[in-house]
Design a protein around this ligand. Structure first.
Ligand code: ACO
Length: 328
């Protein structure tokens, strides 16, 4: 069975509730119908039912919950937002105004436990989707940083990764992570590899140096991050600093990092910053013809995922299924 089919199958068994905050947008409405029909999750759309029916007259809304911010009593959400943000200078009036924003409302529904996770971003930029979640949902216990990964499905016959599947992090969120943040990215990416990609993570902390072959403060950061991962997640198979070839190619690993339990067989690659990560996943996607699934947001206390603005209806269905697997 293909990875995404496996993800959907697991999601069906989990019985979770997901809010699609951009509920009046056509692709979201069509996705909601499919997700409901295929029992991948219980869906809530944020929006006005009349508008939803006008945008998609043929879509069946049976079994889909609709919350209209224009008519619903939003006081419990704005009270929650005010309580959470008053120390940052938010006034009750500002909280009331922000709660009308579908992204804030969706995140507040997650915070209050009315749904298990949120997916949006088909018509909003990444920062706009992530900021309310960063402010309200915050990070999971023991994780200092929210980050992202891509699940890379390599073309058939490719010898890298586990059954051609690899996980790359962080490719979409943290521009210039500290050693502590890099450690959090590694631990979260390993969890995504296990929970979503269904692989046993072997994590390589990538650099332009392998085991001291080069000296530079950028290398020191990766060495420090590797040390932190080993302290924070002693059972995780992790090694660094490793060049990409030493991480993935057994022969090179034997020369450059002999005795490493990860070098030569890494399936989770942690890039030292966002420039490397974002460029890296796009190169593998384009030059190797890999399928890049994501970005999957990771490290939130409850799952929130961002869509690409060019996403298709199927992409939304897939991201919802992955979000279900991130629910506790
Ligand atoms: N993890 C945990 N908390 C965070 C993080 C993080 N990574 N980033 C910010 N925060 C917290 C802050 O501490 C702050 O908390 P507080 O208000 O309670 O004190 C809150 O979140 C908001 O922080 P801001 O600094 O206001 O948020 P910012 O404007 O920096 O936005 C964002 C954060 C959106 C993640 C930003 O770093 C960003 O835009 N990253 C790049 C996204 C991007 O453009 N990616 C490339 C495209 S995606 C692609 O190609 C697939």
């Amino acid at each position: 069975m293909k990875l995404l089919d496996q993800v959907k199958e697991k999601a069906r068994k989990a019985g979770k509730r997901i809010v699609l905050a951009e509920g009046e947008e056509e692709r979201n409405i069509k996705a909601a119908e499919i997700i409901t029909r295929e029992k991948i999750a219980e869906v809530t759309l944020i929006g006005d039912e009349a508008v939803i029916r006008k945008v998609c007259p043929d879509v069946k809304l049976d079994g889909i919950k609709i919350v209209n911010p224009k008519t619903a009593d939003l006081s419990k959400y704005s009270d929650t937002l005010y309580e959470l943000r008053k120390a940052k200078g938010m006034t009750p009036e500002q909280a009331k105004e922000l709660t009308k924003d579908c992204l804030y409302l969706g995140v507040l529904m997650v915070k209050l436990g009315e749904v298990d996770g949120m997916v949006s971003g088909a018509i909003h930029a990444t920062g706009d989707v992530l900021r309310p979640a960063l402010q309200i949902i915050k990070t999971a216990p023991g994780i200092s940083t929210v980050s992202s990964c891509f699940i890379m499905i390599l073309p058939e016959g490719c010898k890298y990764g586990e059954n051609g599947i690899m996980v790359f992090g962080d490719c979409a969120v943290n521009p210039n992570p500290t050693a502590e943040q890099l450690a959090a990215i590694a631990i979260s990416s390993a969890a995504s590899a296990r929970n979503i990609a269904g692989i046993d993570p072997k994590v390589a902390m990538l650099s332009f140096s392998t085991k001291g072959s080069a000296k530079h403060e950028l290398v020191d950061k990766v060495v420090e991050a590797t040390k932190l991962v080993k302290e924070l997640a002693p059972d995780l198979a992790v090694d660094g600093e490793l060049q990409a070839d030493a991480a993935m190619v057994e022969k090179v690993a034997n020369l450059k990092a002999p005795g490493s339990s990860v070098a030569g067989k890494a399936n989770v690659l942690i890039f030292p910053d966002l420039q490397a990560g974002n460029i890296g996943y796009k190169l593998v996607q384009r030059l190797a013809g890999a399928e890049a699934i994501g970005p999957v947001c990771q490290g939130f206390n409850k799952p929130v995922n961002d869509l690409s603005r060019g996403c298709s209806v199927d992409d939304i269905v897939n991201v919802v299924a992955m979000t279900v697997l991130q629910c506790k």
